[in-house]
Design a protein around this ligand. Sequence first.
Ligand SMILES: NC(=O)c1ccc[n+]([C@@H]2O[C@H](COP(=O)([O-])OP(=O)(O)OC[C@H]3O[C@@H](n4cnc5c(N)ncnc54)[C@H](O)[C@@H]3O)[C@@H](O)[C@H]2O)c1
Length: 363
Amino acid sequence: MKADIVIIGGAGHIGLPLGILFANKGKSVILYDKDKKNIDKINNSEMPFLEDDGERLLKKNKKKIFATTNKEFIKYARAVIVCIGTPVKNSKPDIKFFFKMFKEVKHLLNPKKPLIIRSSIYPGICLKVQNFLGKKFQNISYCPERVVQGKSIEELPKLPQIISGVSDAAITSAKKIFKLICKKIIVTSVLEAELIKLFSNAWRYINFSASNQFYMICEKYDINFHKLRNNMIDGYDRNKSIPKAGFAAGPCLYKDTAQLNAFLKNEFTLGKVATEINTSFPKIIYKKMLNKYKKGLIKKKIGILGMAFKSDIDDTRDSLSIDLLNYLKSKKLSVNISDHFVNMKGIIKASDLIKKSDIIILV
Ligand SMILES: NC(=O)c1ccc[n+]([C@@H]2O[C@H](COP(=O)([O-])OP(=O)(O)OC[C@H]3O[C@@H](n4cnc5c(N)ncnc54)[C@H](O)[C@@H]3O)[C@@H](O)[C@H]2O)c1
């Protein structure tokens, strides 16, 4: 079975929409992944998670997409794209997880075929992959993904694609592949591409933390930050980019800020402060309730409305709502949770949560 592209981690939030877009441009795509449940769903033309327009395009291109848990299929593809997760453990990149995959598939990779790394990696990993596979592997490129989760299908064709590689040949083959789905290509060195990806997420995370700290200052003086922010922005364009305050989390922003801090040997001062501010938000919410209700808080029924890490998504990975829930439970408080998109233990309907709660936390 020949295919144009195989995506390792092809059933994930980044791999699947990418595969769908290549198939939509006429390419035959193999999605290799260890997640059998999601692989079965994809072969049934069902999206395993929310992705705007994903299911329609998956159904439309079902003849060009084959999903499998069998890694042997990797050898039948002309190009390999790696989209597996790059987790952090105790705030440090879990590099072993990434290399475990390469150990598993090394014998199936052909040094002449393009190997594109798309996962968000710790700087220097691309060259480490080349060292691990051997110097014969001159066709390795790093082409980071910069979409916002759930909007890949809409954003990928519009966003410039950063392309870097360990050789000119690697850059040329990656360009050829991404030109199929992206309008603009920007070529950089490998280290620049690795830093562009991490800087992009750290930048967003730091921005959110600035607003979150402003919010905390306002709370101290009993001022409504949302109203204050509107007045700051009104007719004053230099303030327009100030984000709203709120839970800033998810599988990318915190993790990539942590990866950058680990790369800088714990000297990424701004990143560390942003992490401290953003991750402290659940405790701030608790303190706010405690200040208001004092000893009476223990008798209140609390409702958390929104469990995913951001709005209109079904993904709870690294969601601060989960941290908030666990923190409130550790204080022996009675908490109900609701989320229209999320399927997790304890979820109740929003209308029931509203009826049952004395305090509603809108996340
Ligand atoms: N989610 C986003 O919005 C986003 C945006 C930009 C970049 N990224 C980066 O893309 C990468 C993937 O993120 P994601 O959100 O798609 O993660 P994900 O967990 O949704 O998908 C990763 C997939 O890889 C599979 N996998 C893990 N190890 C494997 C192995 N050894 N062999 C085969 N399959 C394996 C998992 O089963 C999973 O389906 C991460 O590095 C992430 O930081 C994510």
